[in-house]
Design a protein around this ligand. Structure first.
Ligand code: CU
Ligand code: CU
Length: 283
């Protein structure tokens, strides 16, 4: 559902967001290629909204004005239904006009379609690069991954020495045409759009994405330490888009989890890879 909600984008800084299910980004929708997606959408917000999926689907499921039901009015409902293809790292977002405003306010999320053969299980993380215009001047004042500026500096992401990590990366920053991800002290393989089984880029340490571009990175760290990652545009990094991985030895991992308030169950969720539970209902 769509609902208006204030979200905290940095300690003490609130933003009047428009959300899917009360959160920004909205819930990640994950399935295997060919699965039928049936999404019951109700608009409890204060404006007409839609859900526009990137992927292959019939015109009447495209979630834009003039296609199928078009914009879903306040209090109205619609069920989007289509078969998920192609496999890859995709996204969904509101496509009501003015588009820039509806996306910027927070109506977006990840849509991950796994290949039928699955992908190699590894620690998986979802990072949506976004920004917030807190004074309505059509420029972002706060930049982040997953909405909260500097959050992963305050709570560094624990990973283990030598383990493979997959980061799903999606650029949903409005106002600025590009964003980027730079990893310190290591190189990664990159799969643009996630629509291939082999990397499209090998051994790089920076990737640039235009708006709505996405893909995933795979890498591992050789030595323990606190490794930075950030936008390689200082004007995005300094207002919030800076973060750290806390790379630790196996025996130190439970303590690293506890230090940032993560339950040991997070470890299992993050490493189960592309095991998809079919027919799961996300409310
Ligand atoms: Cu909208
Ligand atoms: Cu789009």
């Amino acid at each position: 559902m769509a609902v208006d909600r204030e979200i905290e984008i940095a300690p003490g800084i609130f933003f009047p967001a428009w959300t899917y299910n009360g959160r920004v980004p909205g819930p990640t929708i994950r399935c295997a290629e060919g699965d039928r997606i049936r999404l019951h959408f109700t608009n409890h917000g204060s404006m007409p909204h839609t859900i526009h999926f990137h992927g292959i689907h019939p015109f009447n499921m495209d979630g834009v004005a003039g296609a199928g039901p078009g914009e879903i009015g306040i209090g109205q409902s619609f069920t989007y239904e289509f078969d998920a293809e192609p496999f890859g790292c995709h996204l969904y977002h509101c496509h009501a006009v003015p588009l820039k405003r509806h996306v910027h306010k927070g109506l977006y999320g990840a849509f991950i379609v796994d290949p039928l053969e699955g992908r190699k299980p590894m620690r998986e993380l979802m990072m949506i690069m976004n920004g917030f215009d807190t004074n309505f001047d059509k420029e972002n004042e706060v930049y982040a991954v997953n909405s909260v500026g500097f959050e992963y500096q305050r709570r560094m992401i624990p990973i283990k020495v030598g383990e493979k990590v997959r980061v799903y990366l999606i650029n949903l920053t409005e106002f600025d045409p590009i964003n980027s991800f730079h990893l310190h002290a290591e190189f990664f393989d990159y799969y643009d759009h996630g629509t291939t089984l082999e990397p499209t880029h090998r051994r790089i340490d920076t990737i640039m994405q235009c708006q709505a571009q996405r893909g995933f990175l795979e890498f591992s760290f050789r030595w323990p330490g606190k490794y930075m990652f950030h936008a390689h545009q200082s004007e995005f990094a300094e207002p919030g888009w800076m973060a750290h991985f806390n790379v630790v030895e196996e025996q130190d991992f439970p303590a690293a989890l506890a230090a940032v308030g993560l339950d040991p169950r997070w470890d299992r969720q993050a490493t189960q890879g592309s095991t998809v539970s079919r027919g799961r209902v996300i409310r």
